[in-house]
Design a protein around this ligand. Structure first.
Ligand SMILES: Nc1ncnc2c1ncn2[C@@H]1O[C@H](COP(=O)(O)OP(=O)(O)OP(=O)(O)O)[C@@H](O)[C@H]1O
Length: 598
């Protein structure tokens, strides 16, 4: 297939508003790919390159050669050229890479050049189309959508699933199962405002787990090989030797565990979340720039690691796509900006327009994270496990919770298990909730003992209950501050993800909760993400996720979704989530109608 045909499909999908029409366009393009073109072609349609790392940065994309007059490139030509660029290494590699890049761009028409720039820069990676591709694959391959979804959740690899479905059909898809060493999308939780509402969904008896405010870990072990993955399926094995050491002692040959790792103080109370996050440095990881093996490790832990046998993890690094699709009036205080009386017009907010991409390099960690990284000389992560997905040849994904947890309790010693009680009624659940909060934990997760492990799903099997509402939203633009905040980017425009369009729906603004240090950090960060620098508003690529506390959701004609957050304030920047994992507008609607808590 000609590369230009994929460029045209991508443009047509962006210009079309209906989900069904977008899926049809994508399915038609998928059908047109030859079998060996499917991995690269499906990646381009999802806004990604097939190669995880290319070594091509923003500087190399700034000056392009004149475009070709006629389209000559095929999908295979582009993929082969990028393979060659990615393989360049050693002395003189920069010049060689530029030469190969120049050759590729010289052969590309203006439209193709623009698409290539956006693919290389990661600008399309937000998943505008990735969420639609599962549907498109199902349609093109004439296989049931649930079969495609399941395969995607079990492998996290859209290219592989596209190729399997289109060449082998439903039978080949059905053969994809959990594989030890390959991360699968973690099960997610719904929210409820109280434990009684959570129990209303799960029924009784239910299990009430302590909700630890750490980082999600999925640990795979096969014999001596151990790999640890984050919530977004990035491998962090070398950064968490304590987790590796704990799993090495388990009496199992093959095991896949789900849990949370958290930094604790001497009294066993949780350290601030940023301290845990700094150890995993997941933002660097999710951006494809893999952290160095010991960067951010405490001296103590690094010494321990080098003293022990080296960490051996499963062969190649995993393909790490975003986790599969799914996870204000602004009150007067929230809308009052540096410019008195200004009201933001109610314009829908979609993906950033095609403009020069910002530098492709890992973003700096948020200041609290940086501060913690410098001060955690003795910070040690403790793993706590709450689920078991595979044990010595037996897949447990489809087994009910009670069976998985019984096997977990037989395999993992009690101190390494998440605090858990089985409750028969609301009173007992309320006691467990109060005890978790007293212990300094974030809340509880109420779980149905009948539910299977639903990879990648935010089903009714797990319901989290926290004492306050929060949403993980995406920053769409920022306003310059005034007065004390002059020269700093201050008022954040917040958006929820719209899974139907791949864009974001603005819900309001806030400049509350920002410390001086955070203001300085976000000014630097958002200038880096800027796509349009106004004197008053700076529009940014929708990439930075921020956790926002709020007091409720109210009807507001001022914003495109017809809703706004009340008393929105910044809790922290979420470095462990990509924009594709931000909370959705459907979630906000559910809070608005009182169906769930934040
Ligand atoms: N006992 C537990 N069982 C399940 N998840 C737990 C538990 N303790 C902590 N967690 C964390 O809570 C999260 C469950 O909420 P959810 O699936 O909505 O993820 P999230 O969006 O990262 O949520 P949050 O921001 O509330 O942590 C898990 O991803 C996990 O990291």
């Amino acid at each position: 297939m000609r590369f230009l045909d994929l460029v045209a499909t991508s443009a047509a999908v962006s210009a079309t508003s209906g989900r069904r029409a977008k899926v049809e366009l994508l399915a038609a393009a998928l059908r047109g790919l030859a079998p060996d073109e499917i991995p690269a072609g499906s990646a381009y349609l999802a806004g990604e390159l097939r190669q995880r790392q290319t070594g091509v940065g923003y500087a190399a994309l700034r000056e392009l050669p004149p475009p070709a007059a006629q389209p000559v490139l095929t999908v295979t030509d582009v993929d082969t050229a990028i393979d060659a660029i990615a393989a360049v290494a050693g002395p003189g590699s920069q010049a060689r890479r530029r030469e190969l890049l120049g050759r590729l761009f010289t052969a590309a028409t203006a439209d193709e050049q623009q698409m290539l720039v956006r693919l290389f820069s990661g600008e399309l990676r937000q998943g505008a189309q990735a969420g639609l591709l599962a549907d498109a694959i199902a349609r093109a391959a004439e296989v049931p959508l649930p079969a495609v979804r399941r395969a995607l959740l079990l492998t996290g690899d859209l290219k592989m699933v596209a190729a399997t479905a289109l060449t082998g059909g439903a039978a080949a898809l059905g053969e994809i199962t959990l594989r030890v060493g390959r991360p699968l999308a973690p099960m997610l939780a719904q929210s409820a405002p109280s434990v009684d509402q959570a129990l209303a969904v799960t029924g009784t008896p239910a299990v009430v787990d302590v909700k630890l405010d750490g980082i999600r870990i999925q640990v795979h072990r096969s014999g001596d090989e151990i790999a640890v993955f984050t919530r977004s399926l990035d491998e962090i094995t070398s950064r968490v030797p304590e987790v590796v050491a704990a799993v090495r002692t388990l009496p199992a040959r093959e095991i896949v565990l789900d849990g949370e790792a958290i930094a604790l103080d001497a009294a066993g109370r949780p350290r601030p979340f940023q301290e845990t996050a700094s150890r995993a440095a997941t933002r660097a990881a999710t951006r494809g720039a893999r952290p160095s093996a010991t960067a951010g490790l405490s001296a103590e832990v690094a010494a321990e690691q080098s003293a022990n046998e080296p960490v051996r993890s499963f062969g190649a690094a995993p393909v790490g796509p975003a986790a599969p699709a799914d996870r204000a009036t602004p009150t007067d205080s929230a809308t009052t900006t540096g410019r008195a009386g200004h009201q933001e017009p109610a314009t829908p907010v979609g993906p950033a327009p095609a403009q020069l991409p910002a530098p492709v390099r890992p973003a700096p960690a948020a200041p609290a994270v940086r501060a913690a990284a410098g001060s955690t000389g003795t910070s040690v992560l403790t793993p706590y496990f709450f689920d078991l997905l595979h044990l010595d040849g037996t897949d447990l994904l489809d087994a009910p919770g009670r069976e998985r947890w019984a096997a977990l309790a037989e395999t993992v010693a009690a101190p390494q298990l998440v605090g858990r009680v089985t409750v028969e009624n609301v009173l007992a659940a309320a006691d467990a909730f109060a005890a978790a909060l007293d212990a300094g934990q974030e809340g509880v997760v109420v779980k149905s003992p009948d539910a299977p492990y639903e990879a990648g799903r935010r089903g009714g099997g797990w319901i989290k209950v926290k004492p306050r509402h929060t949403l993980d939203l995406v920053v769409l633009a920022v306003e310059w501050g005034s007065g004390r905040r002059r020269g700093l980017l201050s008022n954040l425009h917040l958006g929820a993800r719209d899974p139907d369009t791949g864009g974001f729906v603005m819900l309001g603004k806030t400049f509350k909760g920002l410390t001086d240090e955070l203001l300085r950090w976000q000014t630097e960060r958002f200038l880096e993400l800027a796509v349009e620098r106004g004197d008053w508003v700076v529009r940014v690529r929708p990439e930075q996720v921020v956790e926002i506390a709020f007091d409720g959701v109210q009807t507001s004609p001022r914003y495109p979704g017809g809703m706004a957050l009340r008393f929105a304030r910044v809790v922290r920047y979420r470095d462990d989530k990509s924009a594709a994992e931000a909370d959705t507008i459907d979630m906000v609607r559910a809070i608005h109608t009182g169906r769930v808590g934040g």
